[in-house]
Design a protein around this ligand. Structure first.
Ligand SMILES: *[C@@H]1O[C@H](CO)[C@@H](O)[C@H](O)[C@H]1NC(C)=O
Length: 249
């Protein structure tokens, strides 16, 4: 029963044609508008960061509508967004999002990244509050304590970072480098002052355009969004020093 049900389910899923739920108003004012990242609210509404403007939009997948939620003074282009556990009380939701100065596609001004906190009422009307948590000094991978806003450096001199995933149990930090077209990882462990990187940096995929990615630790795979090919690429994380295998999906 179960495998049959599963295969029916999968067939059903793959048979669903993808359809847009919302498109930003474009010409003539902003012909190159784009969303960079999404976070799903517990209510099912989506928060979407704009890459061409310092704005977060709220989208409703059911009604297929969207509206500007917050404009971020002091930011140029918004990048990633993620939910973090809410403050005690349960009446608020907290999100962390980032911004950079991206004057033209793929051109990020070095040292322009900032990290912000967004607090929203869980339901009903109320104001969205935006606070600047940290400005990051240069290209690298940092650990940010979202309570104290304290920043520690995990790795400096890492260029083109476009997505980071942490596997704390396995002791790895993975990152995508869109400039070098690689997926990489390094060993991490808890040190005196927090997380520290150790050992050689490993390349687990190379020669493949990459935007962001997800890691399935249990199955030892990464799923990479190919930057230009409109494909998802499955990458084996097995091999030390890179390689593994790759499958286009
Ligand atoms: C970055 O944001 C500014 C407005 O803050 C916009 O003029 C520019 O086109 C954006 N960059 C990209 C690549 O969309």
């Amino acid at each position: 029963m179960y495998p049959l049900f599963l295969s029916l389910l999968l067939t059903g899923v793959t048979a669903l044609p993808p359809r847009p739920i919302f498109t930003l108003p474009s010409p003539p004012s902003s012909p190159l508008s784009w969303f960079e990242s999404l976070a799903a609210r517990p209510s099912g509404l989506l928060l979407a960061t704009r890459g061409d403007a310092p704005e977060i939009w709220q989208l409703d997948p059911l009604t297929r509508t969207g509206a500007l939620l917050v404009s971020v003074a002091g930011a140029f282009n918004l990048t990633g967004i993620a939910e973090i556990p809410p403050p005690p009380g349960g009446e608020k939701e907290t999100y962390i999002f980032a911004s950079s100065h991206i004057p033209a596609p793929m051109e990020v001004t070095p040292g322009s990244a900032k990290v912000w906190k967004l607090v929203l009422p869980s339901a009903g009307p109320g104001k969205a509050e935006v606070t600047l948590l940290a400005a990051l000094p240069q290209a690298g991978i940092y650990v940010l304590d979202v309570e104290t806003a304290e920043v520690t450096t995990l790795m400096e001199g890492v260029e083109g970072v476009n997505g980071v995933r942490v596997d704390l149990a396995g002791g790895w930090v993975y990152w995508a480098n869109h400039a070098g077209r690689t997926l990489n990882r390094v060993r991490v462990k808890e040190g005196g002052g927090g997380l520290v990187a150790w050992g050689a940096r490993e390349v687990v995929m190379e020669g493949q355009t990459v935007d962001d990615f997800a890691v399935d630790v249990g199955r030892g795979r990464a799923y990479v969004a190919a930057m230009f090919e409109n494909e998802a690429v499955e990458v084996g994380l097995g091999g030390r020093g890179g390689g593994g295998w790759r499958r286009r999906m």
